[in-house]
Structure formats: structure tokens, C-alpha cells
Design a protein around this ligand. Sequence first.
Ligand code: SAM
Ligand code: SF4
Length: 326
Amino acid sequence: MIDIYNRKIDYIRISVTDRCNLRCIYCMPEDGIKSVNHSEILSYEEIIHLCEAFAKIGISKIKITGGEPLVRSDLAYLIEKIKNINGINNVTLTTNGILLEEQIDSLVKAGLDAVNVSIDALDESTYKYITRIGNVSSVIRGINKALEYKNLTVKINCVPIDGTNGKQILDITKMAKNKKLNVRFIELMPIGLGKKMNGLGEDEIKEIIEEEFGELTPFNKSLGNGPSHYYSLEDFEGKIGFISAVSHKFCDKCNRVRLTSRGFLKTCLQYDKGINLKKMISDGENQEELIDAIKTTIYNKPRKNRFLEINSHEDFEKHIMSEIGG
Ligand code: SAM
Ligand code: SF4
């Protein structure tokens, strides 16, 4: 569907849990988040019901996220059901990769089209420092197993943080040299714990890469559903992408909305704006009423983020990123 600013909205990120098996310093507090009752989280049946409504208003691409989506049991079941909905033609996953090795076979069998694996360092001690508990070798095994599936698109996500994993940028970039995968660097956004630290900007990251690997040549084709833009490096099989929501705002081309694990349809990452769809389902609203509410909410999607503003506003997002899904 088209929103009030004439943007085509055809993509939704659905968080299936706000729990996680890692505690990344910019995303989750060290002692985790307060557990909520299962009844407060959307059931798979509710998610499928909502996806049918999303498909009817023109959403065709779905990203499953979390918290960590692979900690929720039988995710493959959900993926298979969503993939079979008329109108949904692309179902992808963002994961920290810790449980990927053991689950990738069933996910691909269920119809998964692509997987993005978040890995902020290859060096064991930096990885442990950022994730607090993770073991990087299990993530690497998961990535390698995913790469065995020729029809599965595999991407790497890395968030460079000032004074933390800057030295890892070259090693992460090198992952795209001889492998069929694209590496994306995501600018740290001032959401949740991300407000307390500084990320590296696209220009700084590019300088580090170019000094070692030569010129980054713009690659003008889109390689996915989202706002990344890509570059080629000579002799590299994969591309290098950037998601630069802070330094290169892409709000005028934004095609996405988000559904939190508690059923809140959120229309822009920065604002606490949207509608509680889980409540509507519990109140017994029928599919037509749901569709009307979804349409009105998405139509009024905010025009742009205000990440560079120093002052916080009342309507700014107060949840942490693991509750939103990135
Ligand atoms: N657990 C999964 C993972 O790590 O991929 C999915 C959820 S995680 C919230 C999704 C993505 O958001 C990850 O790539 C993570 O690095 C990124 N992320 C979390 N907090 C962020 C922030 N403040 N700014 C930019 N990206 C962030
Ligand atoms: Fe968990 Fe992903 Fe957040 Fe790290 S970024 S704490 S893996 S939800």
C-alpha cells in the first residue's frame, strides 16, 4: 500500500520474541529483560492471522526477527505457514547465528529465502566482550552451513562501535572475499542502549576498508528488501553494504513497518506510534476491522526519523532494540 508521503510499504519485520541468548552491549542489559508471560506474546496462530491481513494490504516481504528468533521453539513451523500465505513471496530471518547450525536444515525446508547473521567481531575476545556470553565459533559454523544452500541468500550484519570492534572491520569485510555472501555495516542508532555509546559512521568505515582493500565502487543494484546500498571491491565475490540510518537518512524511501512480539504494529523505528493488534484480536475484532486499522495506521507512518536531535521527545521510542527487533 501507499502511505501519506507516497511511499510503497511492502515489507514488515516481525519480532517473534524479545528474549535472547546473547546480551549485546548496545542492545540488551547484562541481566537480560524482565520475562513476560507467554500470553502477552503473540502466538504463532495470531502471527499467521495477522500476516494474512498484511498480505491483503500489499505486504509481500516478511523478516522474522527478535530478540533472538531461533530461541523460540519450532520457528520452521511459523516460516512454512507464512510462506504459504497468498501474496507473501519472501520470508527472511535475522539471527545472531548461535543456533543456526542446528536449525538451518529445517528452516530452509520450510521455505526460508534468506538469512542475515549478525556478527560484530571474528576475534573471540572482542566477540565475547560485545555479546557478553557468545561463542563466535558456533556462529561461524552456522554461517558455513547456511552457505551450503545455493539458493539461500546469506548476509552478514555488523554494527561498528567506537573503541570496541573498529579493528574487526577488515576481518569482517574479508568474509565477502571468497564466499557468496554480502557484508553490511549498520550504523549504531540512538535507540535503547545504543544511546549510551557512539557508533562509527559510514564514511569512517569506508576509509578503513579502502585503505586496505582499495576503492569501493558503487554497485547500483538493489540486493534485498531493505535500505542498504552496496559497493564492490576488486577480487571480492560478495558486496559490501551500508545501512546508514544516521548519516545517510533513507526515510523518503522507507518501505517498512514493524510488529513487536507483543503485537504492536510500529510504523517508524524512532517513534512509539502505532496500534496494538494483539489487543484487537483479543477483543474479537474481525479480519475486516483488523485490515482497516492496519491500513489507517500504516497510511499515517511518520515522515522521517530525528536521530540527530539531542533532545528527546515524548513520542520517541522508549523500548530497547531487542524488544523492537532491529
Ligand atoms: N538477535 C537477532 C540478531 O542479532 O540479528 C535479531 C534481533 S537484533 C535486534 C537485529 C539487528 O539489530 C542486529 O543486527 C543488531 O546488531 C541490530 N541492532 C541492535 N541494536 C541496534 C542499534 N542500536 N543500532 C543499530 N543496530 C542495532
Ligand atoms: Fe540479542 Fe540480537 Fe540484541 Fe544481540 S543484537 S542482544 S543477539 S537481540
